[in-house]
Design a protein around this ligand. Sequence first.
Ligand code: ADP
Ligand code: MG
Length: 703
Amino acid sequence: MSNNFLNNPIEYLKSVGPHKAEMLKKELHIFKYYDLLTFYPFRYVDRTKFYKVKEINADLPFVQLRGKITHTKMVGEKRAQRFVAVFADETGNLELVWFQGAKWISEKIKPHQTNEYIVFGRPSLFNGSFNISHPEIELVSAENTTFASALQAVYNSTEKLKARSLDTKGIARMQKSLAALIRNNIPETLSKTILDRFQMLSREEALKQIHFPLNAEILKKSEFRLKFEELFFIQLKLLKQKGLREKTFRGFVFSKVGDYFNNFYSDYLPFQLTNAQKRVIKEIRLDMGSGKQMNRLLQGDVGSGKTLVALMNILIALDNGFQACLMAPTEILANQHFETISELLKPLNINVGILTGSKRVKARRLIHEQLQSGEMQILIGTHALLEDVVQFKNIGFVVIDEQHRFGVAQRAKMWAKNAQSPHMLIMSATPIPRTLAMTLYGDLDVSVIDELPPGRKPIQTVHRFDNHRDRVFGFLREQITLGRQIYIVYPLIKESETMDYKDLMDGYESITRAFPMPKYNVSIVYGQMKADAKEFEMQRFVKRETHIMVATTVIEVGVNVPNASVMVIESAERFGLSQLHQLRGRVGRGADQSYCILMTSYKLSSEGKLRMETMCRTNDGFEIADVDLKLRGPGDMSGTIQSGVLDLNIADLAKDAQILHAARNMVIELLSEDPNLEKPENSRIAYQFALSNTSRTNWSRIS
Ligand code: ADP
Ligand code: MG
């Protein structure tokens, strides 16, 4: 089996000279036959449908017509000449116009009594009637019927390429030349077992049909085949990596549940655990006792009680004589975790420390010492934990909260904090759609908390326009009278921090005017504030000394003030769905009815409207995550850090969940039967796998 054919440089292809090749490389990263063949259409136009002239309207992007040319004429001066052909069917007529190549086309197209043409193009309205400029046109003849009776591929191109006639038609022409060369020279990559199981097209057939589908059914089969293959090899990579890691890296065996856990559980647990929490604590405990190093993603909606789950497992680490740490993305959150956890653990006499960027050198040194001596059992902190000077005596368990703020490199750094790597639990801020989790974190085990603590009243969410602000303020005053507290959040976008700062300050001013002292107290917290000032303001709010907290998204993650029951989000249209959901999750934590008010201007994009509607419709983070994925696509959702790994060429995580599941299950089955891909029947898979590991996509970034 050889890939020589696919490896041919693109300039070998008929009509692609060195010049065009250079442009294809630069503009579309097409270097070889393979790259062109896998440069898939982004949509198809249905060439099986014929319109009548009478049916043409401005909404139709393309039309295909069948009729005769009644007369033709050359219009205009020598150098600006255009060729016009009048086309007619039994319902009417329209003009076909050529501005370029007028002379040449005029030789080809002649008025005729009986000859019929098929015309295809984009109609445009000109002086009250439709015309089509530069249509595709073909004489109907006995042998020339295939092209016009199929779905026609449309390709993306760039301005530069279009200028050199490599528009969608130009690319289709290249694809046609390439397709003509395909004759049993595209190696199969999947095993016969898999092909049979899913009744899949061969790779060769799929690659041909994807560009020139005979009909919609075969197109669908081709898409399935190619999507499956793409997802299959990603999953193979992830799951093989996982297997390898589990074999290579032994894990600490946490063999017992001891006094710390048991005493806390029986005497100091502030509430009953939900069943989901119990189940997940057990999953984690079993994993940490198994002898392999745990790498686990903990998914759960906002407020589902992930922190407590983490804490219970931290106690198990301590029971087995290890230290543990918890890393959070912001100082506010780290401080808050520190307070809750040290409060909860006070009766157990456990040494808990906090390390953040704003800690004084002297305090830090003390922490470093206590960590190395083993005196400090639990360390909570921010990125500061990653620094090399932070060394433990014997760390056995690492929890990373709100993982979307951290990258893979940071995970790896925590791995290296002990000679044998500690167990890892990473917790998501808001749910990630399963398809995305399986791709981004496909090498991790996953636990899901799918239940909220009892007694939570669903948050009521409404969308209000800016000019209803007075009424909104009236509502806020009522809530304050009832003893509630309020968040008012302004967007913060990195690129224009100064402008956002101004928005925030303007907002703060108008809030203090509408809620004047001494009756009302208003706090403010934003990113660039000094850490201790931030902490001071947070504490005032926690202690109920202030009624309103004006803030940027620094309070987005994790902050927990149960008495705060109203979340007002200003310029809500500027936030993404998961961020809105995360912000909303700051309320609804106490016994009182909570509210979320989304303020926007009247000018809303349709996507913005959909986001507001989704927020008002549901409180379910998993449902919101799915909508988010459909709206934004996987790259955007996962943040900048890992988006590179989601450069899928044909599969779509928002739409192809079923194919992904099928591919992943197939990989699991395959690896359980043939973990090293040594069986002869899997040789094609092994070969392709080796090949894809040396190609330019660097998958190692995600583990
Ligand atoms: P998240 O999963 O968003 O990180 P937290 O861990 O901050 O959620 O928990 C949210 C709130 O729910 C906290 O105030 C926590 O004390 C409370 N909580 C957690 N578990 C339970 C439970 N089983 N019953 C009642 N309240 C709980
Ligand atoms: Mg949390």
